[in-house]
Design a protein around this ligand. Structure first.
Ligand code: HAM
Length: 422
């Protein structure tokens, strides 16, 4: 017997009863992005592996453990994108789109990380990412945060979210801090766990992000990033905080927020929720002024974020109001009528009412069987096309959810009636 094939672990189908909520979320996102004049860019899901190793950073979990990397038939090393920023920068540089004052783009689609699947964490997940190239000021960071806040508000999610922000400072401040941190942890090397010992060499800032309870006391006493910030870095951070305050956006300072990707400087942030358990970040980002240059372009400052769509969907699902579900308006039953004629009438109805959500009965069946299907479809009305109706150019409209009397009317009078009933 043949074996039943299953989806790859950690990769999920999004089923027809779930897609309305996705479509609702995607439509809301598109509206908000359009209002801020961001334009869509569509990028390949596969890139040369170097696109990610040079940008996300060799010492990060994503590059070290989580990439789906393989050699193609040509022997080239390719990787399924674990995130969107790297490929986006690659494309912007490749197509010479970074010449003007500002370039504003967004993308939406699947990302792939070989992580241990758990609630809120999958191996294929979806992000909407927003990237702003050109402006170097804190106003650009603040505008993106305001955009996200506006989206949460529209979706009715804002009240349950916390915005955590931090600064990693500019390259000089970070280098100074790195030195202090390495000296501190080196002096306490015995107390470091294996992961942290490894990170000490390649990525000491990531030690601050350790979730190991045994490491917490040591991390608490580590030199503080804020104390290593130079004047320019502090100014950028303070400006951002002031702008968020002025725009009425609540935030908290999390001095230990360092992010899992290496390309950030100055501003970093995460929107978190207490509704989803351990995987609490629904949207994260920050400034990455040095990344464009690494792709062989002149330096161009940049800032951006990405939201985890599954996590936002889960929050929406938990609040009943936003089901996004669109019900069926009509089900066309046509007992005893030739199928060619049914299709012709159905198409005529669709010409007349382009917005009508109608299912046409397929494969015939008795009057009773067709009505049963109409009822199960969830349609608001059944449109009955019998021999009689066909002869007179009429249809019988039978409400299925108790909105008035059955009526037989000429096809031309159908639109206003359906408008009232559906
Ligand atoms: P990230 O924090 O790695 O940042 O991912 C952004 C969001 O994707 C997270 O906040 C989370 O909601 C979601 N996410 C990440 N991994 C998973 C997973 N395994 N399953 C489900 N959801 C997940 C980035 O990817 C950056 N490219 C963001 C950015 C854009 N920074 C600047 N521009």
């Amino acid at each position: 017997m043949s074996q039943r094939l299953q989806a790859v672990r950690g990769m999920h189908d999004i089923l027809p009863q779930q897609t309305p909520l996705w479509q609702y979320l995607e439509a809301e996102i598109r509206q908000v992005l359009g209002a801020y004049h961001f334009e869509e860019i569509r990028l390949p899901v596969l890139e040369k592996t170097g696109v990610f190793t040079t940008s996300i950073g060799e010492g990060t979990d994503v590059v070290e453990k989580e990439m789906y990397t393989f050699a193609d038939r040509n022997g080239d090393s390719l990787t399924l994108r674990p995130e969107g920023t790297a490929g986006c920068v690659r494309a912007m540089v490749q197509h010479g789109l970074l010449q003007g004052h500002a370039a504003r783009v967004w993308y939406m689609g699947p990302m792939f990380r070989y992580e241990r699947p758990q609630k809120g964490r999958s191996r294929q997940f979806h992000q909407t990412g927003v990237e702003l190239f050109g402006p170097a000021g804190a106003d650009a960071d603040a505008e993106l945060i305001a955009l996200a806040a506006r989206l949460w508000k529209r979706l009715g999610l804002l009240d349950g979210l916390t915005l955590e922000i931090n600064t990693l400072g500019n390259a000089e401040s970070r280098a100074a801090y790195r030195e202090q941190l390495v000296a501190y942890f080196r002096a306490h090397e015995d107390a470091l766990d294996e992961d942290s010992r490894r990170r000490l060499e390649i990525n000491p800032l990531r030690i601050l992000d350790s979730k190991n309870p045994a490491m917490q006391a040591l991390i608490e006493k580590a030199p503080r990033m804020m104390d290593a910030m130079d004047e320019l870095s502090l100014r950028h951070f303070n400006q951002l905080c002031g702008m968020l305050d002025a725009a009425g956006i609540a935030w908290t300072h999390n001095p230990r927020l360092v992010r899992g990707l290496d390309y950030y400087n100055h501003t970093v942030y995460e929107w978190t929720t207490d509704q989803l358990g351990a995987q609490s970040a629904i949207c994260s980002g920050g400034r990455y002024d040095g990344l464009v240059e690494r792709f062989g372009s002149k330096p161009v400052p940049a800032t951006g974020f990405a939201m985890g769509m599954e996590r936002v969907i889960e929050l929406l699902r938990m609040q009943e109001s936003a089901s996004g579900q669109q019900t069926l308006d009509a089900y066309l039953v046509a007992p005893g009528v030739a199928e060619t004629q049914v299709l012709a009438i159905a198409e005529q109805l669709r010409d007349q009412m382009p917005g009508l959500r109608m299912e046409m009965n397929l494969s015939g069946g008795s009057f009773k069987a067709q009505f049963k299907r109409a009822d199960r479809s969830g349609a608001k009305v059944a449109l009955v096309l019998g021999e009689d109706e066909l002869a007179t150019g009429e249809l019988t409209v039978k409400p299925l959810r108790g909105q008035g009397e059955q009526q037989r009317i000429p096809l031309a009078e159908l639109p206003p009636l359906l408008e009232r009933w559906t």
